[in-house]
Design a protein around this ligand. Structure first.
Ligand SMILES: Cc1cc2nc3c(=O)[nH]c(=O)nc-3n(C[C@H](O)[C@H](O)[C@H](O)COP(=O)(O)OP(=O)(O)OC[C@H]3O[C@@H](n4cnc5c(N)ncnc54)[C@H](O)[C@@H]3O)c2cc1C
Length: 398
């Protein structure tokens, strides 16, 4: 996106990437449907960025959901708003959009140099790249780093840039997994019989380290290692804080979000006869076997056999999360170049002429199109910043 802005401003742009082709993570994001942005009201939209909301708001105001849709439209890609407000290209996939975008960039004169691994700067401020033909140096008038976070390293973003920038005096918050699965201690029985099954419908609640409760309704799946899915991804940031502070995090699952606790209690009171508890719950409350198995996994017999306590557990089943999944599996990473290291146009205070954009910046957001939205918006602002910086420099020189 930065390249697009610069090329439109008449600047010769060279894009270097370590991978053999551009936009590999973008393509991966399109695998299950490219959720590129979100249609909710702007105030709600920007609130998704939590602590980073204040500094991302002006960026997203310049290039938010309406502008992203228009930009896609200009590339010949129509979009639609899904039932949850998420916005996708009509064809769902990322490939046609990426193809059209790269074609437009090349036509605008942008040159792509693949298999160029950026290593940092040489003594004269030149960029150093490792290539198949040995080291290459490039002297540029301005540099935009858009090196991604630290997950899915096989797609290119390995976070190797962190120490390079830190050595240059840039404040970088350590990269941590976000939008990722969480580990629980499951019995072999639960793992072998129920891994891969969705817990649906469900509301996940978590009280953060300050006691503030957040409730999220969404997808949740039981896996061999624990739990994953949109509902728990959305809580990654506060769950991470709890695990970092206490070594564990507790969530509560409302397995019957459409029933009041009184309705659950009434249903449980109806005669069970000789039926097993699992069968009773299935008949009276339409509880799936995976949900019953989870109840048996975490509740002691005295609670399972006490209807009022069982009703309470069905509405707020406590689950202990003992760890996050490894960073490389995460959909995104939190942490990165800190706000105070940058000016309003995303230029590094410590390195004039060097701008940063995308997931390598220190913000965090849930899935829902917020990740790509902030990447596109920050790329745009970094591109404009570089354009202004180059113009100011050439004005001073002449
Ligand atoms: C499975 C999956 C699904 C996702 N789905 C969605 C979704 O539906 N919606 C959404 O909003 N977001 C989604 N995301 C997140 C989104 O893809 C990322 O947030 C986004 O791609 C980040 O963009 P970026 O340009 O900052 O970094 P990246 O896309 O990671 O690009 C960074 C580039 O820098 C290159 N690079 C890194 N280091 C070097 C180096 N030293 N030298 C040279 N090149 C280097 C890499 O090769 C890479 O091409 C998903 C992510 C994953 C993994």
């Amino acid at each position: 996106m930065a390249a697009e802005v610069l090329a439109a401003g008449g600047v010769q742009v060279d894009v270097f990437d370590a991978m053999p082709s551009a936009g590999r993570k973008f393509l991966m994001a399109g695998k299950g449907g490219l959720n590129i942005t979100h249609a909710e009201p702007f105030d709600t939209f920007v609130a998704r960025y939590g602590e980073a909301q204040a500094w991302l708001t002006p960026l997203l105001a310049e290039f938010g959901a309406p502008q992203i849709r228009e930009w896609m439209h200009d590339l010949g890609i129509e979009s639609f708003v899904g039932s949850s407000g998420r916005i996708f290209p009509k064809e769902m996939k990322a490939a046609p959009l990426l193809r059209a975008w790269l074609h437009r960039l090349r036509t605008a004169g942008v040159r792509f140099h693949m298999r160029h691994r950026w290593l940092g700067w040489g003594a004269a401020g030149e960029s150093l790249f490792a290539t198949a033909d040995g080291e290459r140096t490039v002297q540029a008038d301005a540099v935009i780093l858009a090196l991604g976070g630290g997950s899915w390293a096989r797609l290119g973003s390995d976070g190797a840039w962190v120490p390079v920038l830190q050595q240059r005096g840039v404040a970088v918050a350590s990269l941590e997994a976000s939008n990722c699965g969480f580990e629980c201690v499951w019995s072999d029985f639960l793992k072998t019989r129920y891994a891969g099954q969705p817990l649906k419908p469900v509301i996940v609640s978590h009280a953060d380290v300050h006691g503030v409760l957040t409730r999220v309704q969404g997808e949740l799946m039981l896996t061999e290692y624990g739990l994953e899915g949109g509902a728990i991804y959305a809580l990654s940031s506060t769950l991470r804080q709890s695990i970092n502070a206490q070594g564990e995090a507790w969530i509560q699952l409302d397995l019957l979000p459409h029933h009041s606790i009184n309705a659950v209690r009434d249903a449980l009171q109806q005669g069970r006869g000789t039926r097993s508890l699992t069968e009773h719950l299935r008949r009276r409350l339409k509880l799936h076997s995976v949900q019953s198995a989870l109840l048996h996994e975490v509740l002691p017999a005295e609670v399972l056999n006490d209807n009022p306590r069982l009703a309470a557990a069905l509405k707020a089943l406590p689950i202990r999360l003992c760890a996050m999944r490894p960073i490389d599996e995460a959909i995104s990473t939190a942490g990165g170049v800190m706000r105070q290291a940058l000016d309003a146009r995303l230029m590094l205070n410590a390195l004039p002429g060097v701008f940063c954009a995308g997931e390598m910046l220190d913000w965090d957001a849930p899935t829902g199109g917020y990740l790509l939205s902030a990447c596109l918006a920050s790329g745009r602002v970094a591109g404009q910043g570089a354009l202004e910086w180059l113009a100011a420099r050439s004005a001073t020189a002449s």
